[in-house]
Design a protein around this ligand. Structure first.
Ligand SMILES: NC(=O)c1ccc[n+]([C@@H]2O[C@H](COP(=O)([O-])OP(=O)(O)OC[C@H]3O[C@@H](n4cnc5c(N)ncnc54)[C@H](O)[C@@H]3O)[C@@H](O)[C@H]2O)c1
Length: 322
């Protein structure tokens, strides 16, 4: 199949491109390199079935010259505190509108990268795809990202209803591993790994009791491959996360990473940063997916546990520690 990946030079996009090329698909990748890196797609540079287009998806003309069976739309503004809420809302909408219009015109399927963040403050764990999406106040800008993804999901489903757009929506739960962004843009793992290697205190937001369920990128990518290759994924929403029992607090994650890097007898150095430092901010206290729909519908099983995945991520990141 011909697969177009938006955000191909980013973390998930580059890992997905690699796996799709291995499986004999043709990949066209678009990225403006705002948060991605050419080094992530170096492996594909001379691959006969890979084409890279440098450009901004918010510009509708950028997709004019390409056509694909499936568009995996990963390009996104993620954390509003890196830019601002307005850019998150506007750019995520503009990109999605262009991709949806292109998919309708070409009769391509869209696979849309949504996020576990859409469950927001819902306290009922684990989240199934039918769970309520509970947002905080609109005056707190961190919700702009989740809202842009909720809007994206509704926008896609509305285009399915009106124009027959075929879609799959994947709600990713914290992915990590090789090619992860080395700043907070990529989540806590890479930042914690760097601090542990350098033996300087790991910054923990709040008291670190907030939990997450992390997914090694191979599992994230194989779930996407299943959505690409199996049409039982058509017009469905899937939580995309790791094996049961993977929930861990941020404090325990920091300790685990410290010990994996420096040895089990080394005393972790942790530095707690009050939430107030981030201004008007709200964190989500627990995030646990129910992935039974993904597993049962697409015959999928995640295979990586956190220890094994972190060891692989730590090994990969070694070369970037200066
Ligand atoms: N990584 C995770 O754990 C996670 C969790 C939940 C949801 N997601 C979603 O999955 C998708 C991929 O995440 P990721 O971690 O690989 O992010 P990433 O930032 O590493 O990759 C996104 C890529 O999109 C590119 N991009 C952004 N805006 C663009 C634009 N206007 N035009 C062209 N390219 C543009 C960036 O340069 C980057 O290379 C995103 O939509 C994100 O919201 C990721």
């Amino acid at each position: 199949m011909e697969i177009l990946i938006t955000g191909v030079a980013g973390f998930i996009g580059s890992n997905l491109a690699e796996r799709l090329l291995e499986r004999g698909h043709t990949v066209i990748g678009v990225d403006n390199l705002n948060y991605g890196f050419m080094r992530n797609i170096e492996f594909a540079k001379n691959h006969a079935n890979f084409k890279f287009i440098m450009g901004d998806i918010a510009n509708p003309l950028i997709l004019n010259t390409v056509k694909a069976d499936i568009v995996v739309h990963l390009a996104s503004q993620k954390i509003p505190r890196y830019t601002n809420a307005l850019r998150t809302l506007e750019e995520n909408y503009l990109m999605l509108r262009n991709v949806v219009q292109k998919c309708i015109q070409d009769k391509s399927k869209i696979i849309f990268a949504s996020t576990s963040d859409v469950y927001g403050k819902n306290p009922n764990i684990p989240f199934s795809e039918k769970s309520d999406l509970v947002m905080g106040p609109t005056t707190v800008k961190r919700w702009a990202y989740a809202l842009s993804k909720m809007y994206g999901e509704q926008y896609i489903i509305a285009n399915h209803d009106e124009y027959g757009l075929t879609y799959t929506i994947t709600r990713f739960f914290g992915s990590y591993g090789p090619h992860q962004n080395l700043t907070w843009w990529g989540g806590p793992q890479s930042v914690f790994i760097e601090k542990a290697y350098k033996k300087i205190p790991i910054d923990i937001h709040g008291d670190g009791s907030q939990t997450r369920t992390f997914t090694y990128v191979d599992d994230t990518v194989m779930a996407l491959v299943a959505c690409i290759e199996n049409n039982k994924s058509d017009n469905e929403i899937f939580n995309t996360g790791s094996k049961e029992g993977g929930e861990i607090s941020i404090k325990d994650l920091a300790i685990l990473i410290w010990k994996l890097v420096n040895g089990k007898d080394s005393e972790p150095m942790l530095n707690y940063i009050p939430y107030a430092t981030f201004g008007n901010y709200e964190d989500v206290m627990r995030r646990v997916p129910d992935i039974s729909k993904l597993c049962n519908t697409l015959n999928f099983q995640p295979t990586w546990d956190l220890q094994k995945g972190l060891k692989a991520a730590i090994e990969w990141q070694k070369k970037y520690i200066t």
